[in-house]
Design a protein around this ligand. Structure first.
Ligand code: COA
Length: 173
């Protein structure tokens, strides 16, 4: 497996992969307005990594610094955040997701981050278990709800759980 930055000509395919994975995970329906955000990889291209096996893209992650330009939602000073983690549905359970998270943690640590913060919708039990097994802990005081287009009030029927992992421990291993 190779993990590398996305190439410009790959944004369309990666957008489709993200939507396919979220739909397969049963935490997004095809018609959901959020699918358009997931598909629109171009604006987050500079932060997006892909995993390939034999030249085929099998997974992606978006590693976001708190630089005011990345799509970070939670990350503050000393923190990095990853979003839009998605593995092609046929490739789940082979360690690709774990490898993308590990690579993101390594890069964030190298850039001086002390903590990784992430979000997962509450009904995505598979991802929440996966993150817990990778050492992530709930951060309930930073749970949030998204806004819908044209409405600034958070839609509290959607509950996004915050989780974190201390990264400074990695450098002492
Ligand atoms: C959640 C998701 C990213 C996990 O990716 P993945 O590539 O399947 O993850 P991994 O293979 O690294 O780990 C999954 C499980 O397989 C196990 N595993 C890892 N390598 C393995 C291998 N070679 N053989 C068998 N099992 C293995 C891991 O131990 C892990 O088990 P755990 O979750 O109980 O810890 C993936 O299911 C996905 O894309 N889901 C839909 C999108 C999504 O939910 N994204 C996150 C939004 S917050």
């Amino acid at each position: 497996m190779i993990i590398r930055p996305i190439a410009p000509e790959e944004v369309g395919a990666v957008g489709e992969l993200v939507v396919a994975a979220y739909v397969a995970g049963e935490h997004l329906s095809e018609g959901d307005a959020y699918a358009a955000t997931l598909r629109e990889v171009g604006p987050r291209m500079n932060y997006t990594l892909v995993a390939t096996i034999d030249g085929e893209i099998v997974g992606t992650i978006c590693l976001c610094p708190p630089d005011g330009q990345s799509p970070a939602v939670l990350a503050g000073p000393d923190e990095y955040e990853f979003r839009f983690l998605a593995i092609a549905p046929g490739a789940w359970g082979n360690g690709i997701g774990g490898a993308l998270v590990a690579q993101s943690e390594t890069q964030a640590t190298a850039f001086g981050a002390q903590r990784m913060v992430i979000s997962a919708i509450d009904l995505n039990e598979r991802a929440i278990n996966f993150y817990e097994n990778l050492g992530y802990t709930r951060l309930p005081e930073r749970d949030w709800s998204p806004t819908r287009a044209g409405n600034d009030t958070p839609d509290t029927s959607i509950r996004i759980l915050a989780m974190y992992k201390e990264l400074d421990l990695l450098s002492t291993l």
